[in-house]
Design a protein around this ligand. Structure first.
Ligand SMILES: [Zn+2]
Length: 92
């Protein structure tokens, strides 16, 4: 886990505001592959790739993964999409 990212604490708080028992972790390429974010239901973690730089990239990625966390089993369907747009709008 990489702890020095400036956005980590801010977006960990955002994750907890939607998913109180969850945690945000910034991960390196070895764990992320080509993904910008991952939603890990089994250990209640949202992983974001260490190469995320801008506020916009963080909002988009974190909102995407929170929407997965809130809507297990929905993939990228309309239920997921509604959550994603709501969260992204709230964070913008
Ligand atoms: Zn997704």
């Amino acid at each position: 886990m990489i702890r020095f990212k400036p956005f980590t604490e801010k977006y960990d708080a955002v994750v907890k505001s939607y998913l109180p028992e969850w945690k945000l972790q910034v991960m390196g390429t070895a764990m992320m592959g080509t993904d910008l974010g991952k939603c890990r239901y089994h250990d209640k973690k949202i992983w974001v790739r260490h190469t995320l730089r801008s506020e916009k990239e963080h909002v988009r990625t974190v909102a995407h993964e929170i929407a997965h966390g809130l809507n297990s089993g929905h993939g990228h369907d309309n239920v997921w999409m509604k959550s994603f747009f709501t969260i992204a709008k709230e964070l913008a």
